[in-house]
Design a protein around this ligand. Structure first.
Ligand code: ADP
Length: 512
């Protein structure tokens, strides 16, 4: 990109402009000063060879103001030198042939020196311009890399192009098949029919159209495509206060460099957006599948068991032993409760997701809530020993007792499901550093380290074997949702002393 700029020494500002009169005036002033100095040297010190003094004025004019003012200074110097210092004085005739030679040589040297000095000046200016352009392009690309939102990106592009090329800029991108104005600097609209047609043509054919080109010459702006390797991402329209903005070759190359960088950045942002949308769609799809699987498994399994038990009860009513009768009835009750829990879980999740969970926080005794959760979970913990160790001086917690009981129930339910019967489940709570910490610890297999965070996702069930156990993969997601709604945290870890899971809740202490 910078290579394309390096090949042309013509400065950006070399576009045709008004004649720089001050340069000519100053060059004449240098010449006048040199003549005055010559006069002093001649009358004061008798020095007659004054050509070099006048040459200084010519060189100064060339270096500071360019070739034409230097040539003017050369002509005036030759004439004044002849008029003022070469005998016969105060005439343009020359008596001595030596003086003719000196005058001619002076004129030739002045012209050559003007030329050389002017070339050096042009190169220095071009070099400065190039350095400024490179710096500006670098800043532009750095700015674009940091931008994530498309609007900011387009604004930065429009502003930068407008500032660097001193033009007005509009940027149009395709949207639902139409080219629409997305950004402009200064803020502007595109109403002109010819402009719209030119923009469309520039976009469709990926080449310039509009004023200053062969196509749609009546348009107010010139439209140039923004291209990447994958195609045209949009068009940029430029004008100078309603006048055609004819770009010099150097300006055009600079414009191309800016437009290419902007096109790549736009493509990057658009690709990132598309990827985000795809990810979201894939996630939604995954959730939907998980929900279907869960519903088909968790709804149908208990239903099938209930139907089987109910029909056995009906068909074998007369011949059943009382114990078998009780067994079938309690199966129906268990599975009915399981169905009830499943539906309650789905409802809780929906409430959480729609933001309808508004906890009624009140000073609560954790021991009381732990007790009622343990009673509710007695059936699922049948076969396990449950120990509840609540510190006697535990302060009141700031929570919603109904939600918190549901959280504890979900954790105890899991402990009952995943830890083998005959093992102990411990609920302990203590306070320190302004928070209450409650742990539910079991002696089950624990959770693979890689899944310690994932198990809180909806419908996440770690092991394939989990599918055989009743459950929805929602219990922990709901528990965490409820705890967080109450201003606490819920996390999982594994025991160090033996296999087993630890679920830890932290809660703020009720402030009196
Ligand atoms: P589920 O309805 O499957 O129990 P949860 O959200 O309650 O859903 O739990 C998600 C997953 O976390 C479970 O499928 C299980 O793999 C794992 N898990 C939860 N609690 C325990 C535990 N106490 N011990 C081992 N694994 C557990």
């Amino acid at each position: 990109m910078t290579d394309s700029l390096r090949s042309d020494p013509q400065p950006l500002a070399a576009a045709k402009g008004p004649i720089p009169w001050p340069g000519y005036a100053l060059s004449l002033a240098y010449t006048a000063a040199a003549l005055a100095a010559g006069f002093v040297l001649k009358t004061g010190f008798g020095i007659t060879n004054l050509g070099l003094v006048l040459l200084l004025a010519v060189l100064a004019s060339a270096v500071r103001h360019g070739l034409l003012p230097a040539l003017l200074a050369s002509i005036v110097s030759v004439l004044a030198y002849n008029f003022l210092f070469i005998p016969p004085l105060y005439t343009f005739s020359v008596a001595n042939p030596d003086d003719v030679v000196a005058l001619v040589i002076f004129a030739i040297v002045a012209v050559i020196a003007s030329n050389l000095a002017a070339i050096v000046r042009t190169q220095v200016i071009a070099e400065r311009e190039r350095a400024a352009q490179t710096e500006s392009l670098y800043l532009f690309s750095r700015k674009l890399t940091g931008v994530i939102a498309l609007d900011d990106l387009l604004w930065a592009t429009a502003y930068h192009i407008a500032e660097m090329l001193k033009v007005r800029v509009v940027i149009l991108l395709p949207e639902a098949g139409w080219l629409t104005l997305q950004s402009a600097y200064p803020p502007d609209e595109v109403h002109d029919e010819a402009d719209i047609a030119a923009a469309r043509w520039a976009f469709d054919h990926a080449s310039p159209a509009g004023c200053g080109t062969d196509l749609f010459g009546k348009a107010m702006r010139q439209f140039l495509p923004m291209r990447t390797g994958r195609g045209t991402v949009g068009v940029i329209g430029i004008d100078r206060d309603g006048m055609p903005a004819a770009l010099s070759p150097v300006q055009r190359r600079l414009f191309d460099a800016l437009a290419n960088q902007a096109a790549l950045a736009i493509e990057r942002v658009q690709l990132a957006d598309a990827m985000e949308k795809n990810k979201l769609a894939a996630e939604t799809e995954k959730l939907r599948n998980a929900l279907f699987t869960s519903i088909s498994h968790d709804l149908r399994t208990p239903l099938a068991v209930i139907l089987g038990a109910a029909s056995s009860l009906k068909d074998l009513a007369g011949s059943l032993e009382p114990a078998a009768h009780r067994e079938l009835a309690s199966t129906i009750q268990d599975e009915g409760e399981r169905l009830n829990r499943f539906i309650a879980n789905l409802l809780d999740m929906t409430r959480l997701e729609s933001g309808a969970v508004a906890p009624h926080l009140e000073p609560t005794d954790i021991g009381d809530v732990a007790g009622s959760a343990a009673t509710r979970a007695a059936r699922v913990l049948n076969g396990h020993a449950l120990q509840v160790n609540i510190a006697p001086d535990l302060p009141l917690a700031h929570l919603d007792p109904v939600l918190f009981e549901q959280v504890l129930f979900n954790l105890l339910d899991n402990a009952g499901k995943y830890a083998p019967s005959g093992t102990t489940v411990v609920v302990s709570a203590q306070a320190s550093d302004g928070i209450i910490r409650l742990d539910v610890v079991d002696e089950g297999p624990g959770i693979p380290d890689a899944d310690l965070e994932r198990i809180f996702d909806k419908f996440c069930r770690v092991m394939a074997a989990d599918r055989k156990r009743p459950g929805t993969g929602l219990g922990l997601a709901i528990a965490r949702g409820f705890v967080e709604a109450m201003g606490g945290t819920l996390s999982a870890a594994n025991r160090n002393d033996r296999p087993g899971a630890i679920f830890s809740i932290t809660l703020p202490i009720e402030v009196a």
